[in-house]
Design a protein around this ligand. Sequence first.
Ligand code: KG4
Ligand code: ZN
Length: 368
Amino acid sequence: MERRDKMIRVLGIETSCDETAASVVALRDGEKPEILSSVVLSQIEEHAAFGGVVPEIAARAHVEALDGIIEAALADSGATLADVDAIAATAGPGLVGGLIVGLMTAKAIASAAGKPLLAINHLEGHALTARLTDGLDFPYLLLLVSGGHTQIVLVRGVGDYQRWATTIDDALGEAFDKTAKMLGLPYPGGPNVERVARDGDPSRFAFPRPMKGSAQPDFSFAGLKTAVRQAATAAAPLSDRDVADICASFQSAVSDALADRVARSLARFRGEFPGIAAPALIVAGGVAANRQIRAALKGQCARNGFRFIAPPLELCTDNAAMIAWAGIERIRAGLGGGDAFAFVPRSRWPLDEVSAPVVGSGRRGAKA
Ligand code: KG4
Ligand code: ZN
């Protein structure tokens, strides 16, 4: 790692939710980074019967799959463990059972192979992905919209993040999943709501646009979820048309509200970085797969003179390439040190430790 001309290869491990993933990413000085392998095993089938991720089932599935996934990632990359310069594992935030499986496995491999270990914040993986895919320069804005997170983060540098907005109640993916469940659509809800919404009338139900027009930059989706429940109850028994119309109306409300909320942070970025000619907003998280949401964000970016960058879908959703890449970024930035072997997984681990939890957070605290 000291020799500047040497290639850095990092093995990444990701187990924070319901994907078991491993990847090898390489960086040769002066060249573009290269994803040598990226293996992702989704547990969707294990959890589908329960309508959501069951933590105990997830942890057990990670235990069963992880060794094989790591072996496959190494084999696909053409590298052996001996060729790898460091091991980077997600250490939080997420479901603690899965985090323990991933981090303990990484500790065992790193100590057996005599390799440095990096404990990576999963959100940092999402935050730095645009540099892996697009070589984006700092600073830029990240909108992370997944099942567990809805936030806007200013990415100023490696390890230098400032959360500008977050949800004060549900995460957006969670709102999609709960809406799907109420309407009897299968898990995971997001893709099914989007599919059904295609045939629906988005103007039939006038759902609220939570916080639209508010000077506060945060997000809220709980009220929208309640409005969906009321509409579904009032229209019951639901025909296919009713379900499609509710989905279309919900998706429109969400797209509209999201675009409005994002505009606050775009304006703030403009004010704080007036010298940046072509600022960028990047999106990450499963919800970023939604076409109507992408279009709404793209339009809002265009109106505000921002570039809209959406990494390829397989790098928007959970994967280990982003964890390996965060490891490389940390090594390059001289932040690779610290005793990762003593690191205890953290179910809650905000990227920006300084930002206080928001008011009105849910029972389990803000979804930071
Ligand atoms: O990033 P992700 O794969 O996992 C984490 O939550 O970390 O995101 C999954 C979330 C789920 O809530 C799922 O319903 C949502 O992303 N999602 C979508 C779509 N595809 C996945 N939501 C809306 N539209 C989609 N097409
Ligand atoms: Zn994620």
